[in-house]
Write a new protein. Sequence first.
Length: 134
Amino acid sequence: MGANGQRGYLLPMYRRSLFYGALSAFVAVGMGAFGAHALRARLAPEMLAVFETGARYQMYHALALVAISFGNIGGSRWVNWAVQAFLVGTVLFSGSLYLLALTGARGWGAVTPLGGIAFLAGWGCLVMAGWRRQ
């Protein structure tokens, strides 16, 4: 137990970031493998590329969540908002691309930019966290 009575060295927000980042990376690897092996023969090349884009961006942001968990930028509200934005972005951006590729329903493509905006918001929050830290 640490001095503050909590187990380990990570603040609760950072433990959540590590958990969600690791879980998201796990899912991204699984989706990437699923795309590479199970879908390669079933999807048109352009839809396979859409699926792979979803997995790639999910992994990028999963790694960002893991990196946040080990960062030394304090328990800032900006960091908390960044974590939440990355999670929302992953569900909306990657999730909509997975659904678009698997179902062919073009309507899912309308959701993807909302996920991109959430990703941008998350990065903007990290910029603010770094700026406020100075």
